[in-house]
Design a protein around this ligand. Sequence first.
Ligand code: CP3
Length: 366
Amino acid sequence: MSAPNSLFIRAAQAQPTERTPVWFMRQAGRYMPEYRAVRKQYSLIEICKKPEVAAQVTIEAAEILKVDAAIIFADLLLPLEVMGLPFHFAAGEGPGGSGPKIEKPLRTAEDVARLRTDRAADLGYVSEAVKLVCKHFGDKLPVIGFCGAPFTLASYMIEGGGSRNYLFTKRMMYSAPAAWNELMEKLVAVTAEYSAEQVRAGADAIQVFDSWVGCLSVEDYRRYVLPHATDLVKRVQETGAPIIYFGTDSATLLPSMQETGAEVISLDWRIPLDTGWQSLGFKGAVQGNLDPVLLFADWKELKSRAQDILRRAGGRPGHIFNLGHGILPETPVENVKVKALGDFIREHSAEFKKERKTELKTELRT
Ligand code: CP3
């Protein structure tokens, strides 16, 4: 860990901070002209595999936006390759459209048995990039490492790409529980080692992306996923880094997700921040939760909705401002708006916290 006393890490540990830390999921991405310029030269996977380039992209985005944390530039699916499932990113048109494509999706118990767990070290290029970013920022800015959660990674492996109904994934979960368990265990083994390596390289926190977990009922989440997600969280926590557990469509799952022991639960925009935090007993920290599409609204609306989130956080210790999901590639080209939102949160949250303190003092006096 390189910036343990930073605003972001203190908030992740639900300690009081003078203002609300802010960062954005997908802060380095296609909406940003500086990133698009790098992408003209290299493919996404090439950027990930060249530590100097991945570090440059990570650093540039964090500095342009003046955010309170830098998230390492990598991709969720990188571990698939070292487990023996090659994939590529399909461009645009045609059947299936754009997005990740797994060449031979997992469908049977034999496919699961063939997956390798002994090559996590081959992802060392990510921790090399983490080292370079940490060296650049020193103790000035914390660095977030990340990995996919076992359910979300399994869904890509089994469906072969993005999915609407998670038919093949749920079919394996319901009808081949032994293969499902073996798959979850193998994914946890690889992602725990991969994340721990990022922390040893200097990452201050690990975000676990369970982007598609919201397709499950609470009962199924608890039966088929929670034990494995908990195992992952516990193993990574042994490194000392706090964990942010992220999901979308997860309003009904929040209390169960909290049972993993993750320090921070990330909320999407479908639930008001205070309602979500209340469902967690206001224990621990929360991250979120502006709808990324509000970055397409006019500044007045955007500002008022951001302000509403701060009001709902109510100055309680342990709020990290973020979007409810990543910045969309179509987000208006000038990153000015994203940057302006970050500036606004920094300034307004400090004022808000001061006001709340004065209010609390007055309440105590009267
Ligand atoms: O937040 C950041 O700035 C860090 C970088 C980051 C990327 N992917 C780079 C990337 C992170 C955190 C991810 C995680 C990721 N990757 C997730 C989980 C996050 C989420 O949104 O829920 C998932 C599901 C993936 C898999 C993946 N990678 C998808 C579905 C896509 C989109 C494919 C497409 O064609 O739109 C990607 C590509 C990707 N990963 C991009 C970036 C910046 C954009 C593609 C590009 O540059 O060509």
